[in-house]
Design a protein around this ligand. Structure first.
Ligand SMILES: CC(C)(COP(=O)(O)OP(=O)(O)OC[C@H]1O[C@@H](n2cnc3c(N)ncnc32)[C@H](O)[C@@H]1OP(=O)(O)O)[C@@H](O)C(=O)NCCC(=O)NCCS
Length: 149
């Protein structure tokens, strides 16, 4: 059974474990912890049979009905099984309920899987951000999605 729940700081260790498995350049635990201290940031967890298999960190900029997906990941052992699609679809529903109209995010230009997922939902590349990732000077695509369409 799949479920999405809002996570609090007590989940930081589990999130950090997923983060390390998913990214070549993972965020530090301190960095992840800080996100829980931001009042405008929500952390969502994707649970399958009570096991946390994915998370997403999202800033809600209510003033502009805008949100920023800062992090989004599904455990490697659970990837390519439709969970990312389910998670993103349901994040869209939650954001819509919160009167959010637009979403933006950044993705490494080499991250074909994630780009494929976002394209599937019709996210559009609106900008190339040069050397956005300082760890390897990789460029990012900024992608934009209108929830009203
Ligand atoms: C990106 C990510 C969240 C996708 O999650 P997922 O559970 O694998 O997603 P899904 O199974 O729903 O697949 C979604 C789409 O991704 C693409 N995809 C997934 N796995 C793929 C693979 N092994 N090879 C190529 N494309 C793949 C497909 O287009 C797929 O759509 P389709 O099934 O309709 O063809 C996951 O790969 C991940 O956590 N990656 C590491 C962290 C990351 O890069 N996060 C994004 C940061 S911007």
């Amino acid at each position: 059974m799949k479920k999405i729940k809002i996570l609090n700081e007590s989940w930081v260790d589990e999130i950090f474990e997923i983060e390390k498995k998913c990214f070549e350049y993972p965020w530090t635990k301190r960095f992840l912890k800080n996100e829980f201290e931001n009042s405008y940031t929500e952390v969502y967890g994707l649970f399958v049979d009570e096991e946390l298999i994915g998370f997403s960190i999202i800033s809600l900029i209510y003033k502009y009905n805008l949100s920023h997906i800062k992090n989004f990941a599904v455990l490697p052992s659970k990837q390519n099984m439709g969970y990312g699609t389910f998670f993103l679809l349901n994040i869209h529903k939650i954001l819509k309920k919160n009167k959010i109209k637009n979403i933006f995010l950044e993705v490494r230009i080499s991250n074909e899987r994630a780009i494929k997922l976002y394209r599937k939902f019709n996210y559009k590349i609106v900008e190339v951000l040069k050397n956005y990732y300082k760890n390897n000077n990789e460029n990012a695509f900024r992608m934009w999605f209108n929830l009203e369409n």
